[in-house]
Every structure is written in structure tokens, then in C-alpha cells.
Design a protein. Structure first.
Length: 188
């Protein structure tokens, strides 16, 4: 190991075992919470339809999802212009807004349970063609985003940039497809 310099070792393994365990535990907590509110809480018919109380949290969720996507895209443009301060602000804002989204999402589904899509015909196919990749990528982005943020926070910028190329499109798609799913579920 004496022939390998420390920077190469850090670059090959940017997260310690402890950090990987923390990221895995945080990811499992999020998966567990989302699974609990979706699968264990029965649908609440009083939250069905487009009544005011049933629309408040989903609308907040969609707004937070959309805002997160905006911050992500702005952060990308700022880093391309090498405005690190603005990039950092946008990316941390995207993370905070996404965390707020998660809280309001859990609050809504704790009250409403799973909300079924009632559209029929071709629109149902279109809805599920957005919903399924949204769910998969929303789940996948959690540990990747945490690792990306950790690498920037610990000033491992080469490793951060490398994983951010993967994280950004997944996170942007997840955020913006969430808005489309909301629109289709509640307004079609």
C-alpha cells in the first residue's frame, strides 16, 4: 500500500464503511416510512376527489417537487458557469425542498392512504408510464443523492462530479415526473 498515494485510495473509495452504513440506514428509514403509509394505511374515501382538504398536501407536494427540479437545473447551470457559491446554494436548497416534500408526502399518505388512479383507456397507460419510472428512480436517487452530497461536503470534488453526472438526471426526472403524476392523478 505504500506505493499507492492516499488521494488515489480516497478517490477509489470516497465513502467510508461508516458513511455507507449511515446512507443505507437513512435510505431504509425512508423506504420503510413510504412503504408503511402506502401499503399499511388503508385508503380513506373522505380524501377522495378534488375537495379542498384532499388537495392541499398533494398540491404542496407537487410544488415542492417542481421547486426541487428547478433548483437542480439552476444548480447545474451555475456549476457549468463555475459559480460554486450559487451551485452549492441551489443544490442544498434542492435537498432541503426534497426533504420537505418527503415530510408532506408522508403526512398526506398517513391521512389518505394510497390514492388510486381512476382514469381509463389510453390515459391509464400514459399515467403508469410516468408513475412506474418515477417510483423506481425516486427510490434509487435517495442513496445516490446522499453520496453525492457527502462527497461535495467532504471536498471530494472529483468524486462528487463523477457521481453527480448520474445523480442529476435521475433526481431531475424524479422531481419533474412527480409533478406530472400529481397533475394526472388529481386533475385529469
Amino acid at each position: 500500500m505504500s506505493d499507492v498515494n492516499h488521494a488515489e485510495v480516497v478517490e477509489a473509495n470516497p465513502e467510508s464503511t461508516k458513511v455507507r452504513i449511515i446512507i443505507a440506514l437513512l435510505t431504509l428509514v425512508v423506504f420503510g416510512a413510504v412503504s408503511a403509509v402506502i401499503f399499511l394505511i388503508p385508503s380513506n374515501p373522505s380524501y377522495a376527489g378534488n375537495s379542498g382538504h384532499s388537495m392541499f398536501l398533494p398540491t404542496i407536494n407537487a410544488a415542492l417537487n417542481g421547486l426541487s427540479g428547478v433548483f437542480l437545473v439552476l444548480g447545474y447551470f451555475f456549476i457549468k458557469r463555475q459559480d460554486i457559491r450559487a451551485h452549492k446554494f441551489c443544490m442544498l436548497s434542492a435537498f432541503i425542498v426534497s426533504a420537505l416534500f418527503l415530510v408532506t408526502y408522508l403526512m398526506h399518505h398517513a391521512q389518505a392512504g394510497s390514492v388510486p388512479f381512476t382514469g381509463q383507456g389510453y390515459i391509464r397507460i400514459i399515467y403508469f408510464s410516468f408513475l412506474i419510472p418515477h417510483i423506481i428512480l425516486a427510490a434509487a436517487v435517495i442513496p445516490i443523492a446522499l453520496a453525492t452530497i457527502y462527497r461535495a461536503w467532504t471536498k471530494q470534488f472529483a468524486a462528487h462530479a463523477k457521481i453527480a453526472r448520474i445523480t442529476l438526471p435521475i433526481w431531475v426526472f424524479s422531481s419533474l415526473s412527480g409533478v406530472i403524476v400529481y397533475w394526472m392523478l388529481y386533475w385529469l
